[in-house]
Ligand binder design. Structure first.
Ligand code: NAD
Length: 497
């Protein structure tokens, strides 16, 4: 199957610089070829978006909200097909892919409220015969560059908000699982969005750089790994664009001695191995305080033993699927080898996992390390696979200091029944999203998502109120309608009278 771009409301092959294989991770088979856009292809997409902008910006708020309501219905009706498309190229299990669709859909639902969200503020009588009000206006053409791990949800963190605010959009999805972006483009068109308002260019760094350098792109939303996020932020900022660049993560789950160990073990396994650890909010480090490790690790091992691993779309549902590509699987596996050579204790070894009937899938079973130390590379690096590390800490203060010394700051969780400790943790921890007895605290669509430190470059989080702020420019207007009888020149600085 050849996968295409979506420019000006239709599929197009463009003039790619190369093509890249797309795989079914469960079988290892090549299932498609994705074109990697040339600079000309990117220029065509930006030109289509630029041409569509004036009319879309003029569309009334009820028209834009109406389109979002229709999109909500279409996505709802196509949940299962979208989830199958995700699973076929990403490898995650069907139920998890359905969850991804749901979390993206919630942003569309939030965007349905755009008339209220764009309400400005008005102050009458700031001076005699003078009123003041504020408005938020769309930016123009905005770009979204997204990672492989949520091919539906992460684009939907961005484009529903951008479109509802009156912008036009160019999406550059991950080249590893590109098909879902075209499915979304068709639904956006069916919802009544005019051609050119939403475009997709498939591609790699060439396409990304063309978007970052393009003078007609006003703002860039990026989600991906930290080194790329940092580079994107620098390059797009240097080109004068507004940028939000969300990066990688190393999310800690602190477990205090008073926690319910069974619940903590459930959470660690769910958040550590769900989607094979390929989530930016996955728990990758458990910080076991005091005597917790000796009680928690057997409970985690028991739960790992019960996990079913296999094709994400199998009739008999499984808990964990394959990793996205063989290259990524091999990289993750190499970290397991490294952890052993660094002296960590490998309590569960998933390296030899075989899945019946699918010998060539990109498999790696759950791996669990105990006695990891902050000096080890398996702690320092984001591994992005089913590898969970346990670090032992003597006290709560030591645990908090460890979390805060980590350069990443996406999510952080604490498991405890001590409200005082939880309160100190949520106040002091240097992470953008905090969970108290919640391992994956992804905010609902009416809050905003984003990390701190090396997990986000830029100062605006995505979707929710921050999304409205990111995709609009603030304007303050002062209006005088003077009494027709008032006359006279005044050279003084304007001030309230
Ligand atoms: P990635 O950084 O490799 O790729 C992300 C996007 O950048 C893709 O569209 C890719 O084509 C493009 N890209 C890759 N190399 C580039 C380069 N040299 N120049 C310009 N563009 C380039 O990330 P990935 O492997 O697709 O996704 C996994 C990463 O994303 C993990 O680090 C994960 O933590 C992170 N992530 C973060 C969040 C968050 O909200 N903070 C959410 C999801 C994923």
């Amino acid at each position: 199957m050849t996968i295409s771009h979506w420019i000006g409301g239709r599929r197009t092959a463009g003039s790619p610089i190369a093509t890249s294989d797309v795989f079914n991770p469960a079988t290892g088979a090549v299932t498609g070829q994705v074109p990697l856009a040339s600079v000309d292809d990117v220029n065509a997409a930006v030109a289509a978006a630029r041409e569509a902008f004036p009319a879309w910006r003029e569309a009334s708020l009820s028209q834009r909200a109406g389109v979002m309501f229709k999109l909500r219905e279409l996505i709802d009706a196509n949940r299962a097909e979208l989830a199958r498309t995700i699973s076929a190229e990403h490898g995650k299990v069907f139920a998890d892919a359905l969850g991804e669709v749901q979390r993206g859909l919630e942003v569309v639902e939030f965007a349905c409220g755009i008339p209220t969200l764009l309400k400005g503020e008005m102050t009458p009588d700031v001076s005699s015969a003078v009123d003041a009000f504020s408005v938020r206006q769309p930016l123009g053409v905005v770009a979204g560059i997204t990672p492989f791990n949520f091919p539906v949800m992460v684009p939907m963190w961005m484009f529903p908000m951008a479109l509802a605010c009156g912008n036009t959009f160019v999406l550059k999805p991950s080249e590893r699982d590109p098909s879902a972006s075209l499915f979304l483009a068709e639904l956006v068109q069916q919802a009544g969005v005019p051609d050119g308002v939403f475009n997709v260019v498939q591609g790699d760094a060439t396409a990304v750089n063309a978007l970052l350098d393009h003078p007609d792109v006003a703002a860039v939303s990026f989600v991906g790994s930290t080194p790329i996020a940092r580079a994107i932020h620098q390059r797009a900022s240097a080109a004068g664009k507004r940028v939000q660049a969300l990066g990688g993560a190393k999310n800690h789950m602190v477990v205090l001695p008073d926690a319910d160990i069974g619940q903590a073990a459930d959470a660690a396994v769910s958040a550590g191995y769900g989607s094979a650890g390929e989530r930016c909010m996955a728990i990758s480090v458990v910080v076991a305080v005091g005597d917790v490790a000796d009680r928690l690790i057997p409970a985690v091992v028991e739960r790992i033993g019960e996990l079913k691993i296999g094709p994400g779309l199998s009739d008999d549902p499984v808990d964990m699927g394959a990793l996205v590509t063989a290259t990524h699987r091999d990289r993750v596996r190499s970290y397991v080898d490294l952890g052993l050579s660094e002296g960590a204790e490998l309590v569960v070894d998933g390296r030899d996992l075989k899945v019946d009937g699918n010998p060539d899938g990109f498999w790696l079973g759950p791996c669990l390390f105990d006695r990891v130390t902050p000096a080890m590379k398996i702690y320092a690096d984001e591994i992005f696979g089913p590898v969970l590390a346990v670090i032992r800490a003597d006290t709560f203060d030591d645990a908090l200091a460890l979390v805060n010394a980590n350069p990443y700051g996406n999510g952080a969780a604490i498991f405890t029944n001590d409200g005082g400790a939880a309160r100190v943790f949520q106040r002091e921890v240097t992470a953008g999203m905090v969970g108290i007895n919640v391992p994956i605290p992804v905010p609902m669509a009416y809050h905003s998502f984003g990390g701190w430190k090396d997990s986000l470059f830029g100062d605006t989080h995505v979707y929710g109120p921050e999304g409205v702020k990111f995709y609009t420019s603030y304007k303050a207007v002062t209006v005088r309608w003077p009494d027709p009888h008032e006359r006279g020149v005044d050279l003084g600085f304007p001030q309230a009278r």
